[in-house]
Write a protein that binds this ligand. Structure first.
Ligand code: GLP
Length: 247
């Protein structure tokens, strides 16, 4: 695979990162209302989601034909658990726009057999919807994308994974006790993500600076899963000054 150049847009602040991402996503849905979105959780995309909600509420922007596939879900958290990613997506976006919920896909964290859940998710994504048109990504402070932790391979597909120490530490703020933090998750693989037609990664804050620099300037390696994005022909990183600090 040939290495490509990632386009990097450095913004003044978090709000501007959200706005630039919002423009890309709203333009895509405007030109093709049936756009298949790949969506991400975490605090970073929330600003963009707020702007999409405002566009719907103020201008009647139509999401009724748009479909979405989320990157990941905690294993063993049901959709009505406030920290589940299904709950999060409903709360920060889907409940406030006119998207058809049957076209929003989030892996089922309480499935009986993770392997068949993950396989079915990919079948629906690729066979029924033709794959992701526009993929949104955040990045973990350890360089993970979705829940592809360091060690994940280029050809990995949607699967169940163990979360590493750093991720459990980063996510602990959302749970009351350390013991409540999930230890496993279902996640799209690196290979799955790289099949999206366009990828937009957002990062804000100084705790992402090292991961961003490693992804762009370090070796392409499973140690930094986001570095594999350099194999994608249409990938843009939108980062604030703090996340760009050591580039
Ligand atoms: C979780 C998610 C990732 C996300 C990351 C960063 O680990 N699985 O998809 O990119 O958090 O979250 P935040 O944007 O809150 O820093």
């Amino acid at each position: 695979m040939d290495e490509k150049t990632i386009q990097v847009i450095v913004c003044e602040d978090k709000k501007d990162v959200g706005f630039k991402a919002f423009r890309i996503f709203s333009d895509a849905i405007y030109s093709n209302p049936e756009t298949v979105l790949g969506l991400a959780t975490g605090s970073t995309p929330v600003e963009m989601y707020k702007q999409l909600i405002a566009l719907h509420k103020e201008k009647g922007f139509n999401f009724s034909k748009t479909a979405s596939f989320n990157l990941d879900e905690y294993f063993m958290l049901a959709s009505d658990h406030p920290q589940s990613y299904r709950y999060f997506m409903n709360d920060v976006l889907f409940n406030h726009i006119n998207i058809d919920k049957t076209r929003t896909h989030v892996l089922n964290g309480v499935c009986k057999t993770p392997q068949s859940e993950c396989q079915q998710f990919e079948e629906i994504l690729f066979e029924q919807y033709g794959g992701v048109d526009l993929q949104l990504l955040g990045i973990g402070s350890n360089g993970h994308i979705a829940f592809n932790e360091p060690g994940s391979t280029l050809d990995s597909r949607t699967r169940i994974v163990d979360l590493n120490q750093q991720t459990k530490k980063d996510n602990a703020r959302f749970f009351q006790k350390q013991e409540d933090v999930p230890t496993q998750a279902l996640t799209m693989g690196i290979g799955t993500i790289l099949e999206a037609r366009k990828i937009v990664l957002l990062a804000t804050g100084e705790n992402k600076a090292e991961a961003i620099n490693d992804a762009i300037n370090g070796p392409i390696t499973p140690d930094v899963p986001a570095s594999f994005l350099r194999y994608h022909p249409d990938c843009v990183f939108i980062v604030d000054k703090d996340a760009a600090a050591i580039l």
